[in-house]
Design a protein around this ligand. Structure first.
Ligand code: ATP
Length: 364
């Protein structure tokens, strides 16, 4: 059994179903990220784990003990669940110094003053803000306030740390810095972290596991590399890709043989991995970074025309047309190519994912 187990959880707001049949297993020490577009139910799931919302049915078990089971009369209080929550808005007390904000939880527990000082200083040190001890929140930058909020959450040494879009109010540079801090913190504290974001890069870079939500349903739980390599549905593939993954409609040519299937599409004839193709169409998903672009023809390469070039410093995005297809390719470095010039592309077939076009489910 994992540290946190959600089984068949259903949650409504004002009679509207928000989460349907959610089952999720979180291991001790995981950095589990809830990822999905706005309004898909990530925060609500986090708040149910925290004990701030309650399901209509299903069970939530934390550390082997029932925390919620959908009965209005029964839920374990947040304070008894062994967790700390950091809000997107930081929620620092403006009239208290950094020290007092961080000390608050320990003061409530009536710890002796020297023990409080030692623990607060340790938490501030971990977040590298010991020099801000006597400041007030209004005297801090957004990034510094976020560090104080996290120091306040870790000072009580919770077994589970819940973070709800903690970096969304920070600029790009600070976000990058804080990502590094969070990764280091997870390594040092070995705490179980549950993290909510709609930023797929953040999810892929920070997490040990990612749970992808769409419209109140959990569609995939996987490691970042598995999620990147094998998105379970076309919707997940589309959400994860940056820039967006290319979808190419295809149909089978003949029957599959030894797990391989010949397909016909705008990319020509491609032999892809597929055990049992559906009767209707297929969709091939090709990542922009898997496309190789050459300026001279080559056997089996597909002729394309350069539609647009987007230089982005360390990489170049190319929009290409091949017949009716519009493809995005991502190349490393700076590429000297003119609009309307002809190029030839190849795609390694082992990197192509094959989906059932009708259901959107991954087949290979
Ligand atoms: P975001 O990334 O925008 O925070 P989210 O995936 O975290 O989105 P939730 O905040 O969990 O989504 O909200 C899921 C749905 O539940 C939304 O449609 C939202 O409007 C609705 N909702 C959330 N809290 C309440 C509430 N207290 N009362 C009514 N509806 C709510």
């Amino acid at each position: 059994m994992g540290l946190i187990e959600l089984k068949q959880v259903n949650k409504h707001f004002d009679g509207n179903p928000i989460l349907r049949n959610l089952s999720l297993h979180i291991e001790e020490g995981d950095f589990m990220t809830f990822l999905g577009p706005s309004g898909c139910g990530k925060t609500t799931t986090l708040r149910m784990i925290a004990g701030l919302e309650h399901p209509e049915s299903g069970t939530i078990v934390i550390d082997g003990k029932l925390a919620d089971d959908g009965r209005a009369a029964f839920h374990k209080a947040s304070s008894e669940r062994g967790l700390s929550l950091v809000f997107q808005s930081y929620a620092l007390w403006p009239h208290m110094s950094v020290f007092d904000n961080v000390a608050f939880g320990l003061t409530m527990k009536k710890l002796p003053k020297p023990a409080i000082r030692a623990k607060v200083e340790e938490a501030l040190e971990k977040m590298r803000i010991l020099d801000l001890t006597d400041r007030y929140p209004s005297e801090l930058s957004g990034g510094q306030q976020q560090r104080v909020a996290i120091a306040r959450a870790i000072v009580t040494e919770p077994r589970i740390l819940l973070l709800d879009e903690p970096l969304s109010n920070l600029d790009a540079k600070l976000r990058m810095e804080m990502r590094a801090e969070l990764k280091r913190l997870h390594r040092e504290l070995k705490t179980t972290i549950i993290y909510v974001t709609h930023d797929q890069v953040e999810a892929l870079t920070l997490s040990t596991k990612i749970a992808v939500f769409f419209q109140g349903e959990l569609v995939q739980v996987d490691t970042p590399s598995e999620l990147y390599r094998n998105p379970a549905t076309l919707q997940v593939a589309d959400f994860i890709g940056n820039p967006s993954i290319n979808f190419v409609e295809a149909f089978p040519v003949g029957a599959p043989k030894d797990g391989r299937l010949m397909t016909q599409s705008g990319l020509g004839r491609l032999d892809v991995s597929c055990e049992s193709p559906p009767e209707r169409g297929l969709t091939l998903a090709v990542k922009p970074e898997d496309i190789t672009v050459r300026t001279a023809p080559e056997e089996k390469a597909i002729a394309c025309t350069v539609y647009s070039v987007f230089p982005a410093g360390s990489e170049t995005l190319l929009q290409l047309t091949a017949g009716n297809l519009l493809l995005m390719a991502k190349l490393l470095g700076q590429v000297e190519l003119d609009t309307d010039s002809q190029v030839w592309i190849t795609v390694p077939t082992e990197k192509i994912n094959v989906y059932d076009a009708a259901t959107g489910r991954l087949l290979s």
